[in-house]
Ligand binder design. Sequence first.
Ligand SMILES: CC(=O)N[C@@H]([C@@H](O)[C@H](O)[C@H](O)CO)[C@@H](O)CC(=O)C(=O)O
Length: 298
Amino acid sequence: MAKRNGKNIKGIISALLVPFDEEGRVNEAGLRQIIRHNIDEMKVDGLYVGGSTGENFLIETDVKKQIFDIAKDESKDDIHLIAQVGGMNVYEAIELGQYATELGYDAISAVTPFYYKFSFAEVKEYYQDIVNAVDNDLIIYSIPVLTGIEMGLKEFEELFALDNIIGVKFTAADFYLLERLRHSFPDVLIYSGFDEMLFPAAIYEVDGAIGSTYNVNGIRARGILEAVKDNDLAKARQLQKESNDLIEAILANGLYPTLKRLLQLEGCDEGPFLSRKPMASITDEQLEEAKRIHEELL
Ligand SMILES: CC(=O)N[C@@H]([C@@H](O)[C@H](O)[C@H](O)CO)[C@@H](O)CC(=O)C(=O)O
């Protein structure tokens, strides 16, 4: 299939949650409901498939492909699709990137390799290897707090100079760096990666946001982007405050189990909505708190 134009991907992009059953298999019917909920109710502009929110680092290559298949099949061409293919295995990243490109994904994304303390030269070669082998646009995924890979303006400049690297998912609270990046690379796509910091990121004119909580809070998030564009900062701040009341409660109760429970309470009710081991199953207390969050904060 022909390469799609990742440059059009802007706005609110949900990092797709994936429900699993007791044996760790994908609950396909539930996954399809989550995708439809994102498209029909949250009105998202796109889905980020295979992110950490999809528990991607806990699953096998063929299951990652299965999830890419289901997301493409269910969403057709209704929204943009980004396939997160990165990890510690560059050969897998290439295989998955080629697979998602064949399926018609608009772009791929790859987290910086983690765990080992890779040098910037190694990180750059990883991206070079992926873009050499995959005929698609690529969005860098930078999340230093979890990967330990810190990059500054100079490093980003080197990566943006590589063919087909079109953007970055910027998951950091470094607003100085964000401002410098926006100023220096007006044509590079920048996505805010921390949902609780969307308002300040929007002030710096990010092109969009990729995050987990948009699965249930996509409408408020869009409101933040629109209010900032309209220069209605009081409204944007209020929406971020409401979002952060919600995000704070979700994080305190356990991110993925709570988001999955909220989706169930929103009507995505087909089959089990468990996490993949070694992530723990939701407890009765967490279920109770999720109910309260749904009633009071959503
Ligand atoms: C570490 C983490 O979970 N980050 C989330 C955020 O959406 C995050 O859940 C949210 O801001 C709450 O802290 C995303 O940036 C991750 C993401 O999009 C992905 O890889 O699935």
